[in-house]
Design a protein around this ligand. Structure first.
Ligand SMILES: *Cc1c(COP(=O)(O)O)cnc(C)c1O
Length: 340
């Protein structure tokens, strides 16, 4: 059940169901975004014919602010998320918010919610949203000329209930998660396309997630990127339009390089994955998932244990390296964090 306001302890509620009281909001009309305002998180004034509701002109972002070991609140790689949302908007033919506008709206919303940011391992999840709002059901083949941009925030604990535990993942070798040319757009339409397959796999196979690997070509899961790890190497698919270019993926690869791992960005087959499972580790990466270990795969109805079935040491090491930077427990050598 969704509630509004500073519920305590927010981090024990299901992920993403508790919201801050206010959000920055800007409207696009007559060719420009309005100066943003902080408004109550409440029902939107949206026409029933709004473009987003009929023709899918909607995208979002997902990022976090962390409370550091020094008590200060910092955004993590906000520039990357701002840039990715601009890419999503462009590919959906929505008005593209300016870099400074979007960055400032995120900062202002987080500053306003600063007191709600939980201590680690909790954090403040930040959800910018952009919707086409033109009331015109005749605009099926035209972009929306008006839009709404707002920044929801939600204090969160663990994304996967049960804390750090190995996940069970079904490998889907027939269907892609979404249409190939839209894989890198962060839009709800991509999620709903993957939903039927994910629900069926959860129900029939008791898995947590589905790894999409159409034709045996590994892409990603419904909401996370996918990596293989062992003591020497980290392997993941190279960037192309078929999947979402995760900021966590990029961060983990950079930290892995710093720590002396060999990083390989290249195509990955299900056959290689099954062979890898005999000795190596597999993990999902994402803002919400952080770096979550995979303990078992289901391939063609057969269960394959990954390594010894537990969350592997390299997965835990890299997860720790990432959260240490996010919480200022380790130096921020790459300039990824920004105090709010
Ligand atoms: C958001 C998302 C990810 C993870 O991206 P991060 O920037 O690491 O949070 C991965 N896959 C999909 C489909 C996503 O929507």
């Amino acid at each position: 059940m969704a509630e509004s306001g500073p519920a305590d302890p927010a981090t024990t509620a299901p992920f993403g169901t508790v919201f801050a009281e206010r959000m920055a909001l800007s409207r696009f009309a007559d060719g420009a975004f309005s100066p943003p305002e902080l408004v109550p998180v409440a029902a939107l004034d949206l026409h029933p014919a709004a473009h987003a509701l009929h023709y899918g002109s909607a995208c979002f972002e997902g990022m976090k602010a962390h409370r550091g070991v020094d008590g200060k609140v910092r955004l993590f790689r906000v520039d990357r998320h701002v840039e990715r949302m601009r890419v999503s908007a462009r590919l959906l033919h929505l008005p593209v918010p300016g870099t400074d506008l979007l960055h400032d709206m995120i900062r202002d919303t987080v500053a306003d919610a600063r007191d709600l940011v939980p201590d680690p391992p909790g954090s403040l999840y930040i959800r910018p949203v952009l919707l086409g709002t033109e009331p015109n059901v005749g605009a099926a083949a035209a972009p929306s000329r008006t839009a709404l941009l707002y920044i929801l925030t939600s204090p969160v604990g663990d994304y996967f209930s049960g804390g750090i535990r190995p996940l069970k993942v079904a490998v889907e070798t027939e269907h892609p998660r979404t249409t190939p040319q839209f894989g890198r757009v962060k839009s709800g339409a991509n999620y709903v396309m993957a939903l039927g397959i994910t629900l069926a796999a959860k129900q029939e196979l008791g898995v947590d997630q589905v790894l999409f690997a159409p034709g045996g070509d590994v892409q990603e899961t419904g909401a996370s990127n996918f990596l293989l790890l062992d003591d020497e190497r980290v392997i993941t698919r190279g960037l192309d339009d078929s999947f979402l270019h995760g900021v966590t993926r990029d961060s983990v690869l950079r930290l892995a390089g710093d720590l002396g791992y060999e990083v390989e960005e290249r195509d990955l087959s299900v056959d290689e994955l099954v062979g890898w499972a005999e000795h190596g580790e597999a993990a999902l990466s994402g803002t919400a998932a952080i770096l979550s270990g995979v303990g078992a795969l289901v391939v063609d109805g057969r269960e394959v244990t990954v390594g010894d079935g537990a969350v592997g040491p390299n997965t835990l090491r890299l997860r720790r390296a990432l959260t240490d930077v996010q919480t200022a427990a380790a130096p921020d050598d790459h300039g990824w964090t920004e105090p709010v």
